[in-house]
Design a protein around this ligand. Structure first.
Ligand code: ADP
Length: 329
């Protein structure tokens, strides 16, 4: 017996990184055993902030499918699909846009923040689509009548808005949609190699698909305790990015690593080498699975087509109901 139905999506940016894996995908891999899951590559969402040049979108979608499948999502257990393959997302988005006051969208805290942030990078995103991002997200979730949505803290206002839209719809036309609940991710934020939050916008990421050589090179660049200038200086692991990664990848020898750092028995170069080898072996199976899938792009296309077919069945049934209660059928 499943605990409920989950919907979750990610934008295909072509830059899936280790933070995305440890902060989101790994959690999905766990959830797939207990919930009925719809995992969606949300390509229309990617257009809300990057619409000028869409030429690489197919490549990015394919890459994201590789990331998810090699990371451990099972295409039989879950419905894995691409948003734009299921046109019902657009129809429901349109209908919801009729009942959503503009002020609800404008007051979402991430809206103004991102508008400013991306505007400063020279992006023109004062658009209808960008404002409507959480509206589209609402359509995505409720199209499958998902009752559970795994989110990070920053996504909570979006989910609150989704619930408000659901209440309004149900009040106007009848009880069609459940109010989805947030399932907060426990994963702490992973830092990038410069110590700030790992993010594609900062260019400090370790790509999830990084080869062993690439992984070693990125780890070599990681910032360490700035007070530790010479190898003989004692280090402070609490302020060291390498240590944050050791906590994840070297749990069984952490005490020894911490001590060796504090009493300067190990230098940062060697400490990084140890980490890099730990990471290479932890990610080895994922690399093998990725290489297999890369060698067979037809298989990935088949998986996405199969997912879209299954998603479409659920989406079509929901839209039948929506059209009926809105007297559109
Ligand atoms: P980015 O910050 O690189 O743009 P996204 O906003 O596309 O990443 O995030 C996609 C998913 O990955 C979200 O669920 C987010 O919470 C998670 N995530 C992103 N960066 C990190 C990080 N540094 N540590 C943990 N989780 C992260």
């Amino acid at each position: 017996m499943k605990k409920g139905r989950i919907f979750s999506g990610m934008q295909p940016s072509g830059k899936f990184h280790l933070g995305n894996y440890l902060g989101a995908l790994e959690n999905w891999v766990r959830l797939q055993h207990d919930y009925e899951c719809f995992f969606c590559i949300v390509d229309w969402h990617a257009l809300t902030s990057s619409y000028e040049d869409t030429r690489r979108l197919p490549e990015h979608i394919h890459d994201m499918a590789l990331d998810w499948l090699s990371g451990g999502l099972d295409p039989e257990k879950n419905v894995i699909f691409v948003q734009s393959h299921v046109k019902e997302h657009a129809e429901l988005h349109l209908l919801l846009s009729m009942i959503t006051p503009l002020s609800w969208l404008e007051r979402v805290p991430t809206y103004k923040d991102k508008l400013q942030q991306l505007g400063a990078q020279g992006k023109e995103i004062n658009t209808y689509g960008f404002l409507g991002y959480p509206e589209l997200m609402t359509a995505d979730i409720i199209l499958y009548k998902a009752d559970t949505v795994p989110v990070g803290e920053d996504q909570l206002p979006h989910l609150e808005l989704c619930r408000e839209i659901v209440r309004r719809f149900n009040h106007l036309y009848g009880e069609v949609f459940p109010e989805p609940q947030a399932k907060l991710s426990q994963a702490p934020l992973l830092p990038g190699i410069d110590g700030r939050k790992m993010s594609k916008s900062y260019g400090n990421e370790i790509p999830f698909a990084a080869s062993p050589e690439d992984l070693r090179a990125r780890v070599r660049l990681m910032v360490t305790d700035p007070q530790r200038v010479k190898k003989t200086d004692p280090g402070n692991p609490d302020v060291c990015t390498v240590h944050t990664f050791h906590k994840i990848f070297s749990r069984d020898e952490l005490d020894e690593i911490v001590m060796s750092c504090r009493n300067a028995a190990i230098g940062c170069v060697d400490c990084k080498k140890r980490l890099a080898e730990r990471m290479v072996s932890a990610l080895a199976d994922i690399h093998v699975r990725r290489a297999e899938l890369e060698a067979n792009p037809g298989r990935v296309r088949e998986i996405l087509a199969y997912g879209a077919e299954r998603a479409r069945q659920v989406a079509a049934a929901t839209m039948e109901e929506v059209r009926q209660v809105m007297h559109l059928s």
